[in-house]
Design a protein around this ligand. Structure first.
Ligand code: FAD
Length: 276
């Protein structure tokens, strides 16, 4: 069972738990992006098991009346085993999603995975347009990738980037990453049919709102469970807002990452432990 301290960031261990959380979100007009925790499997069996769980999750979402979609990490469904294994599992999940009319997001992982992820995404989104791909503004290659993506069906989620790529390939300075994020937002609002803003940063969200008002391009805001939740519900009164909701038994390392990335989260965890 997930201890109460971790339940701020993780919805539970099971499909019913994540669906219950999504129902509460939907009551506040926030939609759910459901993510089964797990990554970097080098065993084909583990990758196949998570791919099967994703198909089950898609079926459950399809049978429910919930406003929810899924988001998958490539290395969770076989990219570390082989690009063809990942492509095969993604195609199987996409087929189930098409049967149940469920949207499928693909997360972006470290720089070594970008080409294979783009290729698999392109192969699938041309068969089923209710798919989206995450791109990272800190990568210097991102504008070229966006040029390819805006000509495809599907959506793009722009994030700043959670990994630590080599200096030659990426902007490392926070201010430069923010500048790149603004520039890529501007490119997307001008050239894409839809923009997904994956950020908690009020400055980036305000910029996206200005760009939406200027260009009329539809957009959605995506934030993580447990991060600026009041803002999520406030924004959802006016805009389309999704909460990215992790669940599953591999919650410990995810919880640790959330706590370590921000002083306030570490203090929250410490307070909860002391109050006991
Ligand atoms: P930051 O640059 O971290 O912070 C900017 C400002 O935002 C802060 O000054 C503060 O005002 C506000 N803020 C940020 N965090 C908090 C907080 N915890 N509490 C209060 N205020 C806060 N990365 C990937 O590489 N691949 C992915 O597939 C991916 N998917 C994502 C999906 C979603 C829905 C989201 C939200 C993020 C995803 N990320 C992904 C992570 C992303 O790359 C960033 O690492 C992460 O979002 C932090 O950047 P930021 O834009 O939120 O703001």
């Amino acid at each position: 069972m997930i201890p109460p301290i971790a339940s701020r960031f993780v919805a539970g261990e099971s499909i019913p738990a994540v669906l219950d959380h999504t129902r509460e979100l939907n009551e506040g007009n926030v939609k759910g992006i459901l993510n089964l925790l797990g990554e970097h499997y080098d065993s084909p069996t583990d990758a196949a098991a998570d791919a099967a769980t994703y198909r089950e999750l898609v079926e459950e979402i399809g049978r429910s009346d919930l406003d929810a979609c899924i988001s998958i990490k490539p290395s969770q469904i076989g990219l570390d085993v082989g690009a063809e294994v990942f492509a095969e599992h993604l195609a199987a999940i996409r087929e189930t999603a098409a049967e149940h009319d469920v949207f499928v997001w693909v997360d972006m992982e470290d720089h070594t995975t970008i080409d294979d992820t783009l290729d698999a995404f392109e192969a699938n989104v041309t068969a089923y347009p209710k798919m989206g791909l995450c791109v990272q503004a800190n990568m210097k290659r991102t504008r070229e990738d966006l040029k390819r993506l805006v000509d495809l069906p599907g959506k793009v989620r722009l994030v700043k980037g959670a990994y630590d790529p080599p200096k030659a390939l990426a902007y490392r300075d926070k201010a430069r990453v923010n500048e790149a994020y603004r520039e890529e937002l501007e490119y997307l609002f001008e050239h894409a049919d839809h923009v997904a803003v994956g950020s908690h940063d009020p400055a980036m969200i305000d910029h996206a709102i200005e760009l939406h008002e200027q260009h009329g391009t539809p957009f959605e805001i995506q934030m993580l469970m447990g991060v600026r939740e009041d803002a999520q519900f406030d924004l959802a009164r006016e805009y389309e807002v999704y909460q990215y909701v992790p669940y599953g038994d591999k919650w410990l390392s995810y919880f640790y990452r959330r706590v370590m990335e921000r002083k306030e989260n570490a203090l929250f965890a410490l307070r909860a432990i002391l109050q006991g």
